[in-house]
Write a protein that binds this ligand. Structure first.
Ligand SMILES: NC(=O)CC[C@H](N)C(=O)O
Length: 430
């Protein structure tokens, strides 16, 4: 039987794959696929058919001496940071723009990332502050009605390094066993493995003030609410407006949107804004936001918190919770590998309900170090660590996790209602 030349047409169905099964096939016309991972350029030099995959061009060198070869996307160069793993299945864009990841590489345990691209609405801050992204498999196509661009283009525009085709499972097991590790990510062939190892071993994240690099420079008003199509918890809003000053230690925009949706008039202030200026603004309440790094590295922020508590109701979220813990006389400590993900069970000890929460922290408050009168209100059910505090006498409440996040459930959104009620109780008794 005569052999036949065959053409393969690339259809509009993005899931169509090439089937090169016919046994007598002698000539194949190959089409280029538009994808988020850059294609190898060596085909241009050789004149051979282009390979639709890329070869390893990056290394992640961990401080324990292990070297992980990978393929780069996004920016290129050399970057140092602490590697943490995040167990969220979705929400990589919110993770990329969470300022609390400053100084860290986020390794996603979900093996397939990038499939929904990125959009203009899911940003949690004005830029990506993290050191880089580590993933198993980078989706070669995007499929989502809100997608505005690919993850690779997005990271490249923001000068953030990413790697894929690396054994994220093996690295995660190492981090779980040995704790968070410092790593260096590099696409630069001129740097030896030894040099990269040296960089990783001479850098540290403990004791560094990372908040000053992410906070705003000057106060501003925040007005955006959660869009009505997305709002899920409109019951029980009493229509009264409460004035809130929100300290920006690296604040996520959704905290502000949720407060605004609950009727708050918000002024966001920089991390160094004096407590006296805040009290002059006569707010109904003060919010201490999430933020990156070691709470012990920002004594100025602890002082500010100390000067404010007792004067107005306050709500601390994540870093804000840790600063409150210290301001009340407690201690914080670094956890082995922290909590990063959208599926952490927390028990609310006041009503015994379990909330499925979004978390991102490496430090925690030691409840044994807290003075009498401070109540542990929430406990992380994975490891029993302190996940929430209250000091009713001073109208203080705080959570170690993220009530504004929507990891699927909205179990913790009621914390904003509680903060409103604290402010309301003071206003009613005034
Ligand atoms: N999300 C946060 O506010 C993080 C708090 C702190 N930087 C930690 O890692 O524990």
């Amino acid at each position: 039987m005569a052999t036949k030349a065959m053409d393969f047409a690339l259809g509009s169905n993005p899931h169509a794959c090439f089937s090169i099964n016919p046994p007598k096939l002698t000539k194949v016309r190959v089409f280029t696929i538009r994808c988020s991972a850059p294609l190898s350029s060596d085909s241009a030099a050789t004149g051979l058919v282009e390979r639709p995959w890329k070869v390893a061009d990056a290394r992640l060198v961990l401080e324990d001496g292990s070297i992980w070869r990978a393929k780069s996307f996004g920016a290129s160069g050399t970057q140092v940071g602490e590697v943490v793993f995040n167990t969220s299945l979705t929400g990589y864009q919110e993770i990329l723009t969470d300022p609390s990841y400053a100084g860290q590489f986020v390794l996603m345990t979900n093996p397939h990332i990038g499939n929904t691209g990125v959009n203009f609405d899911d940003e949690e801050s004005r830029q990506c502050f993290l050191a880089g992204l580590v993933i198993r498999s980078l989706s070669i196509m995007t499929s989502n009605w809100r997608c505005a661009e690919t993850l690779g283009d997005y990271l490249a525009e923001r000068n953030i390094m990413g790697i894929y085709d690396v054994d994220t499972r093996a690295i995660t097991r190492r981090l779980r066993q040995d704790g968070s590790l410092i790593g260096v990510l590099s696409t630069e062939n001129s740097k030896t493995d030894g040099e990269l190892l040296e960089i990783s071993r001479s850098w540290d994240i403990v004791g560094v003030d990372l908040i000053s690099g992410v906070s705003c420079d000057a106060p501003y008003e925040w007005v955006d609410k959660t869009k009505s199509a997305w709002d899920f918890n409109c019951d029980g809003r009493d229509g009264e407006a409460y004035r809130v000053v929100a300290y920006d230690f690296g604040i996520k925009h959704n905290i502000l949107r949720r407060l605004s949706s609950y009727g708050c008039k918000i002024t966001v202030v920089p991390s160094t804004w004096p407590a006296s200026e805040t009290l002059k603004m006569k707010p109904d309440g003060v919010l201490f936001s999430n933020g990156p790094g070691d709470p012990s590295a920002v004594p100025y922020a602890v002082e500010t918190v100390k000067e404010i508590i007792g004067n107005v109701p306050v709500f601390g979220i994540c870093m804000g919770h840790q600063l409150l813990g210290q301001a009340l006389g407690g201690k914080t400590f670094k956890m082995k590998f922290g909590h990063h993900g959208g599926n952490h069970p927390v028990r609310n000890l006041r009503n015994s309900c379990v909330e499925i929460s979004a978390q991102n922290h490496n430090y925690a408050v030691d409840p044994a170090s807290l003075p009498e009168g401070v109540e542990v209100t929430h406990v992380n059910l994975n490891d029993g660590s302190c996940a929430g505090l209250a000091y009713p006498a001073l109208k203080i409440m705080s959570l170690q996790y993220h009530p504004e996040a929507s990891p699927g459930p909205h179990d913790s959104d009621c914390a904003f209602r509680e903060f409103i009620d604290l402010m309301k109780s003071v206003r009613q008794n005034a």
